[in-house]
Write a protein that binds this ligand. Structure first.
Ligand SMILES: *Cc1c(COP(=O)(O)O)cnc(C)c1O
Length: 361
């Protein structure tokens, strides 16, 4: 069987084991005589998947009892709206850290609902670093500090030490780094992640939420955009993305069998170090990110020559390496090395980078 090394930023590669298991269960899921795709979301068979996936997420994230997990739709982008819509009132403050274009999009939506400020921004540095914050800057009146933990496009991330040192109300976008390294997720009253990077297929958005964080002011929201609706109905108010939840459950079992977040963090560090060390020692490739802010999940690099970058991407395809082109807004290259990307895949990429450098110097 021919499998390609897929470095795409999302939807992204999935563990082969997960795809094999899904394939084996496709026509007849655990003796039910049907596929998960065909099951009623009210059936006992589906409920088992729903509960098991939720429990695995809580376990792997080390969530406390205050937090609930929701399975929603509409992508991380819908959360940009749902968070401020549910939390802020017109005069309420919230503080956003602009670390890239996803954070900027979230800020734009929040402005529709409250008196939202930009606490810090690294836009002037072209987002090659994350703004330094220690929490003291935050207005006490502010309802929450908003962070995008991993900046998928720019290859930067807020380090676990920084997260663990903050002690303010916080909301986070964890779309491209959830379950990739250890930090205290309970610090966030709301966090969310589109599944298509580190958790499974698109169509599913994971939300972790502290129920006590929701204002009890009797506000009336559109039913489907009200977190309370989904909390009350255990994410079964309407039809959830059942199949994506099922695959997410398989990915979580795979991760648990590997040893959970602690174990995958080691592997992720090994993969990222392999790439960063190679890039830092090479004469051709360059990564412009501040070393302490380098992402474990998205490694960006350039040759400094647009034509050479294009030749690199083209040549990669011949080596079964795809999805390596940088985001259209920044150019260059980006290797997305999420949990499911193997060390072997990263080695294949580095081998190709070596060959390409030799041929072009
Ligand atoms: C991909 C991504 C998004 C957008 O996710 P959708 O599910 O497509 O809405 C938001 N934030 C980050 C950090 C991302 O990587």
């Amino acid at each position: 069987m021919e499998r390609i090394y897929n470095f795409s930023a999302g939807p992204a590669t999935l563990p082969l084991e997960v795809l094999e298991k899904a394939s084996a269960e496709m026509l007849n899921h655990r003796g039910s005589g049907m596929s998960v795709m065909e099951m009623s979301h009210r059936s006992a068979e589906y409920d088992e998947i729903h509960q098991e996936t939720k429990a695995l997420l809580k376990e792997l994230l080390n969530l406390d009892d205050k937090h609930e997990i929701l399975f929603l739709q509409g992508g991380a982008s819908t959360q940009f709206t749902m968070v401020p819509m549910n939390i802020l009132s017109k005069d309420d403050k919230a503080s956003y850290v602009i670390s890239g274009s996803w954070a900027k999009k979230a800020y734009k939506e929040a402005k529709l609902f409250g008196n939202v400020e930009i606490l810090a921004s690294s836009e002037d540095e072209n987002f090659t670093c994350v703004p330094k914050i220690n929490g003291d800057e935050i207005d006490k009146e502010s309802k929450y500090l908003y962070l995008c933990i991993n900046n998928t496009i720019y290859g930067t991330r807020t380090a676990p030490q920084v997260i663990n040192s903050l002690s303010t109300k916080m909301v986070a976008d964890m779309s491209s780094n959830i379950l990739s390294e250890e930090y205290d997720v309970n610090k966030f009253d709301i966090f969310f992640a589109g599944a298509q990077k580190n958790l499974g297929p698109s169509g599913l958005t994971i939300v972790g939420i502290n129920k006590d964080f929701l204002p009890d002011d009797g506000r009336v929201l559109p039913t489907i955009l009200d977190y309370k609706t989904h909390l009350e109905k255990d994410s079964l108010f309407n039809t959830p993305p059942c199949y994506s939840i099922y695959i997410c459950g398989l990915v979580l079992k795979w991760l648990k069998n590997l040893g959970g977040v602690k174990a995958i963090q080691q592997i992720n560090e090994e993969k990222a170090n392999l790439l960063y060390d190679f890039i830092d020692n090479s004469k051709l490739y360059k990564n412009n990110v501040a070393p302490e802010d380098r992402s474990l999940m998205n490694v960006v690099f350039v040759t400094g020559d647009k034509d050479l970058d294009a030749a690199f991407v083209k040549g990669a395809k011949e080596k079964s390496i795809i999805g390596i082109k940088g985001h259209r807004s920044v150019g260059g290259m980006r290797a997305s090395i999420y949990n499911a990307m193997s060390l072997e895949g990263v080695r294949a990429l580095v081998d190709y980078m070596k060959d390409f450098e030799r041929q072009n110097s």
